[in-house]
Each structure stands twice: as structure tokens, then as C-alpha cells.
Design a protein around this ligand. Structure first.
Ligand code: IPD
Length: 283
């Protein structure tokens, strides 16, 4: 079997353009999401379980993201949480999440974000390379951006992960899925981890977890069950800020498991999660 040909990465000027468009689109959708939040948010549908909700604003904000991107780059593909994949012809696909942290949005907890990433290569998470992205924290207006090889910024200021600390001194972010079966396994893993770390945080937006880690607000992060749109932009922000972002047993980060943090501590967490079979739903 021949190894897959690595994708041709855009040049520096194109990367800068993709990063700027990701930021512009995320901010525009963020303004819609913020200004249009009614006192009582209506649930328009549910997905994997009755607590996995889609709000009317998820749908409207994704529509705006699609229109904004298509107006500037009509030949690119777009994969969105709500609307699926519309393939393009340019080799660039945008991976968008109109509201990451939907449950926080529903309850008025100010930790939700718009996530926009540009990827190159086949439009499947196991094969693409994320080249630029933006995560806009809607409630406080902060915007994290990154371009491959050009660093991660928070509102223009460079981001750097914390220096590695022992697991026992590490503040660890994580999240939980929406189904009872998934959560039984996640509860087992977090119960085993909690006595071994400084503390655990469950912020409620995977994109903000990874961006918070990029800025030193968490030491480590792991989660099973992330979707490509939760992960795409924020994983680039974290890795450009110096984190290793990986899966277990040599896999890429993704739905089975995503682990992030500085080396070598991230390796300690990976080993712990492998021993716990945290990439399964074993209860
Ligand atoms: C969810 C959030 C949450 C994570 C879940 C995700 P959504 O995304 O990122 O923090 O724990 O795994 O599904 O549903 O709000 O877009």
C-alpha cells in the first residue's frame, strides 16, 4: 500500500486570507447569535438524545456562515454541524459550528462560541489538514485565531500553553456526550482521574476548552465523542500555541478520543486514558 500524498498547503498569503475570512465569518455569526438571543431560547429539534438540542439560532447562524464564506470563496466546500457537506472544487473545505456550547446558550451561561476552520485535502476528518481557523467566544467577544505554522492569537496577542506540570498539579478540562451509554463510560474514567489531578473543569464548549488551554487557562484537556466541527478550528489554535493534540494508541484526535496539552504531561494523560480504555463506552 502506498502512503497517501500529503496535501499541498496554501502559501503564507493565502493562509492569512483564510484566517481573516474565518475570523470575519465567526464574528458576523457571533453578532447574530448574541443580538438575537431571546430571553427564552426555543429548541427547534433534538439530535442524538432529547438533551442534544438545536436552537433556531444554530440554523440561522450556520446559514449566515455559509453565505459569508460563499460570497468570498464560491469554489470552496462547506461542512456544517446542521447542514452537512456541500462539496467544493478548490481543495479547501470550511468546517463550521454555528454554536458550540448549545446547552450553555440555552441556559444563558456565557460559554458558547462560533467555530470556523479551513481544511485542505479530502473533506473527511481522518484525511484533511486544518490550515486556518477562528473561534469567537460570543458572550465576551474574544476571538481566537490560528494559521498553520503562523501561530495562535487571542485578539491579536500570541498564545502559549502552560509549561508542563505533573499530572497531580494539572487542571484538566473535559466534557461529556449526550447519551446515557456514553456518559456511563465517561463517568467511570473521570472518577478514576479526579483523585490524580489538581481538579477537573467542564466548561461546556469543546472549542472553548481547547482555546482556553491554548491561553494557559487549563493544563490538559481530553474528551471522547467530539465531532469534526467541535474540534477543527480549536485544535489548530491549541497546537499553534504549543500543545500536542492527539488521539489514543497513535490515532489522530477525533470522535474516539481527543487529548491536548504540552509534552511530556500530555503523554502521561494519554497513557492513563489508554489504560482506562477511555476510547470505548465500557461502563
Ligand atoms: C458540545 C460541546 C460540549 C461537548 C460536547 C459537544 P454542541 O457541542 O462542545 O462541550 O462536551 O461533546 O457535543 O452540541 O454544543 O455543539
Amino acid at each position: 500500500m502506498t502512503a497517501p500524498t500529503p496535501p499541498v498547503l496554501p502559501d503564507a498569503a493565502t493562509l492569512a486570507d483564510l484566517r481573516a475570512l474565518a475570523e470575519r465569518a465567526a464574528r458576523a455569526a457571533g453578532a447574530l447569535v448574541r443580538d438575537g438571543r431571546p430571553r427564552q431560547v426555543d429548541v427547534s429539534a433534538t439530535k442524538t438524545s432529547p438533551v442534544d438540542v438545536v436552537t433556531a439560532m444554530d440554523l440561522a447562524a450556520e446559514e449566515l456562515l455559509r453565505r459569508t464564506i460563499a460570497a468570498h470563496r464560491p469554489d470552496d466546500g462547506i461542512l456544517g454541524e446542521e447542514g452537512g457537506l456541500v462539496p467544493g472544487t478548490s481543495g479547501v473545505t470550511w468546517v463550521v459550528d454555528p454554536i458550540d456550547g448549545t446547552v450553555n446558550y440555552l441556559y444563558g451561561i456565557p460559554a458558547y462560541a462560533v467555530s470556523v476552520a479551513a481544511v485542505v485535502g479530502p473533506p473527511t476528518p481522518d484525511e484533511w489538514t486544518v490550515v486556518a481557523g477562528a473561534v469567537h467566544a460570543v458572550a465576551d467577544g474574544r476571538t481566537y485565531t490560528a494559521a498553520r505554522g503562523a501561530g495562535a492569537l487571542l485578539d491579536g496577542v500570541p498564545l502559549q500553553v502552560n509549561a508542563p506540570a505533573a499530572l497531580a498539579q494539572s487542571l484538566v478540562g473535559t466534557g461529556f456526550g449526550y447519551t446515557a451509554d456514553r456518559r456511563r463510560g465517561q463517568a467511570r474514567v473521570v472518577a478514576a482521574l479526579l483523585p490524580q489531578v489538581r481538579d477537573i473543569r467542564r466548561i461546556g464548549s469543546a472549542a472553548l476548552d481547547l482555546c482556553t488551554l491554548a491561553g494557559g487557562g487549563l493544563d490538559l484537556y481530553y474528551e471522547r465523542g467530539l465531532q469534526p466541527w467541535d474540534l477543527a478550528a480549536a485544535s489548530l489554535v491549541a497546537s499553534e500555541a504549543g500543545a500536542l493534540v492527539v488521539g489514543l494508541r497513535g490515532a489522530r484526535p477525533g470522535e474516539a478520543m481527543t487529548v491536548a496539552g504540552p509534552e511530556p504531561t500530555v503523554g502521561e494523560l494519554v497513557r492513563f486514558l489508554e489504560e482506562q480504555r477511555a476510547d470505548t463506552d465500557e461502563a
